[in-house]
Write a new protein. Structure first.
Length: 346
């Protein structure tokens, strides 16, 4: 079975398991775990900030960031299809007391002028816009990349309006590799940055939240408040250190395999938007084939390939990752058109 449902499905590599087994550990809550401290140091440098905080999940990192940037009743602006809006259980309202307003935009993007037009100042009658979030890469649009110039445009607007800017960079390393720019070049444009370690980087769990030292002191308080403080967390932080050393540059392989899938499927008649394939995602719209998402997934599963649904009712996604090799891609290139019955149409 070639499992293309998500890049969260990876198993730790033998080398990563060895790093976990050899990890030097201490009490993380007392900041005495040397492996956690090393991961945080590397993460801060990678993301272009003074400090980083190690957390169990990227969702927790996002929610802590929103809380430390705002007060209850203030407003969050985010793309209408962003992960923070769609997949975090209403966390901005629950955990930070934020009113949430959304922006549209192709590929999960909007501009500084879009932000200026949407901005609301605080008055005696309105909750002012306080926080803006960007997601890079943008999950729901198919792993699309924010150009660094567009991020800089939004960042400048936030500075002008005195609004805090947070990056949900769960797959930031995919974006940096695809764009050919250091992650820090993105990271420095934000007040805080989240990086997930359990997606394309192949860790069993974990995330980093990076920002200025004063904000990270508040983030550590939030970590305890949210129940994210741990003890001998170096056991799993060692996987993060290993991933930052060995699993970043290889993301280009995932991107190349996604491109190969997309081109093979498109050539066989599978409805794929080639221009939207920028990283490790390929989206397939089965509506033109007269199939429902469930029907299409069942047919592909019978041929040994797993895809997953998206927020769009007839669009499925394939995500390449550490555990999908060239043989798996070869199989999926042939099996998916056969399963969807398109070979006879072209």
């Amino acid at each position: 079975m070639v499992d293309l449902r998500s890049d969260t499905l990876t198993q730790p590599t033998p080398a990563m398991r060895d790093a976990i087994a050899r990890a030097e550990v201490g009490d993380e809550q007392k900041r005495e775990d040397p492996t956690v401290l090393e991961l945080e140091r590397r993460g801060a440098e990678l993301l272009g900030h003074e400090e980083a905080v190690y957390l169990p999940t990227a969702t927790m990192a996002n929610q802590i960031a929103l809380r430390i940037h705002s007060r209850p009743g203030e407003e969050l602006l985010a793309h209408e299809h962003s992960h923070i809006v769609l997949y975090e259980q209403g966390g901005p309202s629950v955990h930070a007391g934020l009113a949430v307003r959304t922006l549209g935009g192709e590929a999960g993007r909007f501009s500084g002028d879009d932000l200026r037009a949407a901005y609301r100042p605080a008055t005696t009658h309105t909750s002012g816009t306080r926080v803006v979030t960007l997601e890079n890469t943008h999950n729901s649009s198919g792993g699309r990349v924010w150009p660094v110039e567009l991020v800089a445009d939004v960042s400048a607007a936030c500075h002008e309006l005195d609004v805090r800017l947070h990056l949900d960079g769960a797959r930031l390393m995919n974006a940096a590799v695809a764009a050919g720019v250091p992650a820090a070049e993105y990271g420095r444009l934000f007040d805080t940055v989240t990086l997930c370690l359990s997606k394309g980087l192949g860790c069993p769990l974990g995330a980093l939240l990076a920002g200025p030292a004063a904000l990270m002191a508040e983030a550590r308080r939030g970590k305890h408040l949210f129940g994210g403080a741990m003890r001998q967390a170096g056991i799993v932080a060692a996987a993060g250190v290993h991933a930052l050393e060995h699993h970043v540059d290889r993301l280009a392989d995932d991107h190349a395999r996604a491109r190969r899938l997309a081109e093979a499927w498109h050539g066989a008649g599978v409805p794929v938007r080639l221009d939207a394939v920028e990283t490790n995602f390929v989206q397939v719209d089965v509506a033109p084939l007269g199939l429902t998402a469930d029907e299409a997934m069942a047919r592909m599963s019978a041929e040994g390939v797993l895809l997953s649904p998206t927020i769009h009712p007839t669009v499925l996604r394939a995500v390449t990752h550490l555990d999908v090799d060239d043989d798996g891609v070869d199989h999926a290139c042939e099996a998916v058109p056969r399963a969807l019955g398109v070979l006879a149409r072209v």
